[in-house]
Design a protein around this ligand. Structure first.
Ligand code: ARG
Length: 577
């Protein structure tokens, strides 16, 4: 099945060929949703765009195409509008037959890729010895949704949790732990890290020892290494706890931390030097890349080895990108990172190109996100100015959701309230993050995310609950509803059906553009159209049995698409609320 836009484009392509003997690529034909239903469902500007090439006025081209396409029974009407636009009114029969097919398709009309190329999604990627903060919440939620979308359309998704578990900071932390004879199990490692950092900056003797400790760690000194291992294990336990709370797909098998690449770094540097790809700049090794300038307009190189031999964040990323392309055979790599890291990744991609690891067939890209802000419009911090830690943040959302659920359902037992509240809270946290264009900053608000009005998770989950309760009233399951035949005739049924048909287009578009908020917007509209239909058409009391069955079928498809859309965002549905 083609998505509707593509289907209409193909028809236009054929019409241009037959009527004007003109062959155009499908990508040159634009088809859009109309701005209002009085203009039909879809619109194209081809007549205007091809006027020069065909040496004909747009209305003339429009007329010929309109006459040609009016014979196609996909459309109930094709008309010229304004200076030569063409409006298409889709025939209800087209919706009936498309949806009757789509309801039995596990992919709901989405064109799944015939081959399953590898895509690496780098996300979450928190740092050992530091608690996860709200930036990692964004990366985790966004990356998880991206993995779900890409899997759905047929990519073979390789999740990579690029945990920061290596680097000079471990020298000071381990030195601090040894000097103070601390038992890691009983310590707040983040606090220790802050102390160690302070000492490193203030005490030269300590700084010297900390640097020696880095070397010992590199050389696998037993005591040093075993403390490091304990630090990593303890942090990973914390990360796993967060992932479980958030219901994300990340597991232990997805962890490929920075330390994994450590043995590859010196050989890589040597290779780049030998091949004259890197150069020496004030004792450090760097790669000069076209187009990168610092603020004084001087060439800005990528620093890959400091003059003291130390490696950097970029060095590890360089080794990682090589591993992803050459060993994991990635055809596409997506980094879910804070927008402030954009330049780092632009340089990384340029370097990978310069080194010759990839050609145009490999798509290196990022899913950049903005900052979470507090009420004051500044980056979200606790009252004391610390970064907001994830576990307490999730707990607070659950606590607030519990109050809402128990107030709405006073007769429920505690367990039921708790389970529902947890699902509602996690859904709200995720949805409030995903529903804005991810590059934008957004203000964090428990009240807003848990509100039942507006473009929120509770609103959508409530629409789903409403659908389920309707099916219960009809005494049928969703699958039974889907077994009925769809035969829509009324305007609000058609509007809803039209929207349902567009699901595949949305999913296909998002799996390329990664604009996750499009799906939120789509589902929000779906819920509104559903409510509109539900409020205006009798379903259980429809005039004829055929009508009742058709409407129940429409309810079933709506419910299936709503659930699938939420699932792609990583959000679980609820049957009661
Ligand atoms: N650990 C980094 C941070 O907390 C994110 C890593 C992103 N991934 C990467 N390959 N650099 O900011």
């Amino acid at each position: 099945m083609q998505n509707l836009f593509k289907e209409v484009k193909i028809k236009l392509q054929q019409a241009l060929h037959d009527a004007f003997n003109l062959d155009v690529g499908i990508d040159q034909i634009e088809v859009q949703k109309t701005s209002h239903q009085k203009f039909g469902h879809l619109q194209t500007n081809v007549s205007l765009k091809l006027s020069k090439q065909l040496r004909l006025p747009p209305p003339k081209i429009g007329q010929v195409l309109t006459d040609y396409l009016s014979k196609d029974n996909t459309f109930s009407k094709v008309e010229i509008a304004g200076p030569g636009f063409i409006n298409f009114f889709i025939h209800p029969e087209f919706f009936n037959s498309t949806l009757n097919q789509l309801k039995d398709d596990p992919y709901l009309g989405v064109n799944v890729m015939p081959s399953h190329p590898h895509v690496v999604v780098d996300y979450s990627s928190p740092n050992v010895a530091k608690e996860m903060h709200v930036g990692h919440l964004r990366s985790t939620i966004i990356g998880d949704a991206i993995c779900r979308f890409l899997t759905f359309v047929g990519w073979d998704v390789i999740r990579q949790n690029h945990i920061g578990d290596w680097g000079t900071q471990f020298g000071m932390l381990i030195e601090y732990i040894i000097q103070n004879e601390l038992d890691i199990k009983n310590e707040n490692i983040t606090k220790c890290y802050q102390q160690a950092k302070k000492m490193f900056d203030e005490d030269t003797e300590f700084a010297k020892k900390a640097k020696e400790r880095v070397v010992m760690l590199q050389q696998h000194d037993e005591k040093t290494h075993s403390i490091w291992e304990k630090l990593v294990a303890q942090s990973e336990q914390h990360f796993t706890e967060v992932y479980e709370q958030l219901d994300v797909l990340l597991g232990e098998a997805d962890v490929r931390p920075e330390s994994f690449y450590n043995p590859k770094l010196q050989p890589l540097i040597d290779y780049l030097q030998k091949e004259n790809i890197s150069s020496i700049d004030q004792g450090a090794k760097v790669i000069f890349l076209d187009g990168f300038k610092d603020k004084d307009n001087h060439p800005l190189p990528m620093l890959i080895q400091k003059s003291d031999g130390g490696f950097l964040y970029a060095t590890t990323d360089l080794a990682a990108i090589q591993f992803r392309i050459e060993t994991l055979k990635a055809k596409r790599v997506v980094y879910c990172v804070d927008a402030r890291q954009q330049q780092h990744f632009d340089m990384l991609f340029a370097a990978a190109n310069k080194i010759g690891w990839c050609d145009e067939s490999i798509d290196l890209n990022y899913a950049l996100f903005g900052t979470i802000l507090g009420d004051d419009g500044k980056p979200f911090k606790t009252r004391s100015g610390d970064t907001v830690k994830l576990l307490p943040l999730i707990s607070k959302a659950i606590e607030k959701a519990t109050t809402i659920v128990s107030t709405k359902n006073p007769s429920w037992d505690q367990q039921r309230v708790n389970e529902t509240a947890r699902t509602l809270a996690v859904a709200s946290l995720k949805y409030s993050d995903l529903c804005n264009d991810k590059i934008k900053n957004y203000a964090f608000s428990y009240e807003k995310m848990l509100s039942f009005d507006g473009n929120t998770a509770p609103y959508l989950l409530n629409a789903y609950v409403r659908v389920q309760s309707l099916l219960r009233k009809a005494n049928i399951s969703m699958d039974q509803a889907l077994d009925y035949t769809l035969n829509i005739t009324e305007q609000n049924e058609i509007q809803l059906a039209y929207h349902l048909v567009l699901f595949s287009y949305e999913v296909e578009t998002i799996s390329t553009s990664l604009e996750l908020h499009r799906m939120c917007h789509y589902l929000y509209q779906l819920a509104s159209l559903f409510h509109h239909f539900y409020e205006h058409q009798p379903i259980l009391r429809a005039e004829t049995n055929e009508q009742k069955e058709s409407r129940l079928c429409l309810v079933g498809i709506s419910s299936k698409i709503l659930a699938q859309g939420l699932n792609l965002l990583g959000i679980k549905t609820l049957d009661h609320m």
